[in-house]
Design a protein around this ligand. Structure first.
Ligand code: ZN
Length: 458
């Protein structure tokens, strides 16, 4: 047997092991892993000497080409591939009617799915979608099974903004998702508390550096507690996104138990940056929930090590510097671009500074997001799964600058940060899409991944 590709000479790192070895790939699938002398001959050999061979990053929280993010699929997935990300989960939104809505009339999740699938035609890497609920309609309950059949097995709800949902509606949704074995996803901040504190700070006449205090950690924890508690009561699978602080991680942990159906995520920026960045950069780092404190960063790492939080994502959002700077600190646009640098930045903080193991790194960035969201062929180097692979040089040092951005975002909240560890190459289903830190793959290589209903019993 002769296979397409063998990657040899590097150190294999995956969610459960780390060893010197090789990976064999044929027709886009991993067909062998281990001692290169026992692997088949290959038409092409990739020399990974001095580098780590890791499963591609699975980022289950990104925003591309919609009312919150100006990236196209081509620009966002080029940024992703340069960052070693091989699968993203974006959002297929319900259209809602309101001040901030880009739509003229209401639409269903299935409409939203069709819209996003068309936009994603130029993707370089693989992608899936969460259903995004933006209004309290009965149509959700009529279509949810069709949406799941279409490969969308998780549903996001907000407790804040004009499209935030009431606890009552969230209860109805979680109850139905529990019946169907699907996953509820929550952006949790108590809206009225955030608005009240924001109003007070506005009246006092503060500048942008006050922004992090305008959306307090306890407001995030209050809403996280409400939704996680409801999910626990109803036996629903629940995933709390972008956990930013100690108090919110504690709220999630409160409802976890053996075989828990309550999971949580944090993002690269919450583990590496603090709210005082606003003093330097004004509105540029404005995200919600906001950047917090050093104590919160310590708590988030502790939660990752203890399996209270399971995933590190980017919550990638592309906006221009101009849009950020020409707005008041209490208004949008929110969000930060991070796909291109998430792995190097998190690796530098987690592994180099805090001694997190490589196996834990690949668990929280690859294996766990794939398992959590029903991506059976992603997130591991196990034979039989997709050959989505990153070659990572753990010793290469470089300084991050937005001048290198593939994203349409023309700034970086990590500008000037020097990190040790760099993505050299990225393979998506066996095809090299990034080589020597440059995009070499063609837009359109990426495929829509139909996700299964995940099994969280393991
Ligand atoms: Zn988000």
């Amino acid at each position: 047997m002769v296979v397409d590709t063998v990657i040899e000479g590097g150190r294999i790192v995956s969610g459960d092991r780390s060893f010197e070895g090789a990976v064999a790939i044929d027709e886009g699938t991993i067909v062998g892993l281990g001692d290169p002398r026992h692997l088949p001959d290959a038409r092409r050999t990739i020399d990974a000497t001095g580098r780590l061979v890791m499963p591609g990053i699975v980022d289950p929280h990104v925003h591309i080409d919609d009312h919150v993010s100006i990236d196209s699929y081509e620009t966002a997935t080029k940024a992703a591939a340069l960052g070693g990300v091989t699968t993203v989960i974006d959002f297929a939104w319900q259209a809602w009617e309101g001040e901030g809505s880009p739509w003229d009339e209401e639409g269903t999740l299935l409409d939203g799915l069709e819209r996003k699938r068309e936009k994603a035609a130029d993707a370089l890497i693989d992608y899936g979608f969460h259903g995004g609920l933006l209004r309290e309609g009965s149509d959700f309950f009529d279509e949810v099974e069709d949406v799941i059949d279409a490969g969308v097995t998780s549903f996001k709800m907000y407790t804040a903004y004009e499209f935030g949902l009431s606890n009552g509606y969230i209860t109805r949704v979680l109850d139905r998702l529990a019946d169907l074995d699907a996953v509820g996803v929550g952006h949790t901040e108590d809206d009225s508390v955030c608005e009240a504190v924001t109003d007070t700070l506005r009246e006092e006449g503060h500048g942008p550096s006050v922004y992090p205090t305008s959306r307090p950690d306890y407001a995030e924890a209050m809403a996280a507690d409400d939704v996680a508690r409801t999910a626990r009561e109803l036996g629903a699978k629940y995933y709390g996104i972008h956990t930013s602080c100690r108090k919110s991680a504690e709220a999630i942990e409160r409802y976890q138990a053996d075989g828990s159906l309550i999971r949580g995520e944090t993002c690269t920026h919450y583990t590496t940056l603090t709210g005082d960045l606003h003093e330097e950069l004004g509105n540029l780092p404005r995200i919600a929930p906001p950047l917090r404190s050093d104590d919160d960063i310590d708590a988030l790492f502790d939660a990752l090590r203890r399996d209270v939080l399971h995933v590190v994502s980017t919550d990638h959002v592309a906006q221009t510097r101009e849009a950020k700077e020409n707005s008041e600190w209490w208004e949008g646009p929110f969000g930060a671009n991070g796909l291109q640098v998430s792995l190097p930045v998190f690796h530098d903080e987690a592994v180099n500074e805090r001694d997190l193991s490589y196996t834990l790194l690949t668990q929280v960035m690859s294996r766990n997001p794939a398992e959590t969201f029903g991506l059976a062929d992603k997130g591991t180097l196990d034979p039989g799964t997709d050959a989505d692979i990153v070659l990572f040089d753990p010793d290469a040092e470089y300084t991050i600058t937005a001048a290198d951005n593939a994203s349409k975002a023309d700034y970086s909240i990590y500008e000037g940060r020097t990190v040790r560890g760099r993505v050299d190459a990225t393979l998506v289903r066996g095809e090299v899409v990034v080589e020597d830190g440059e995009v070499v793959g063609d837009p359109g290589h990426g495929e829509f991944v139909e996700r299964e209903l995940p099994d969280w019993s393991a």
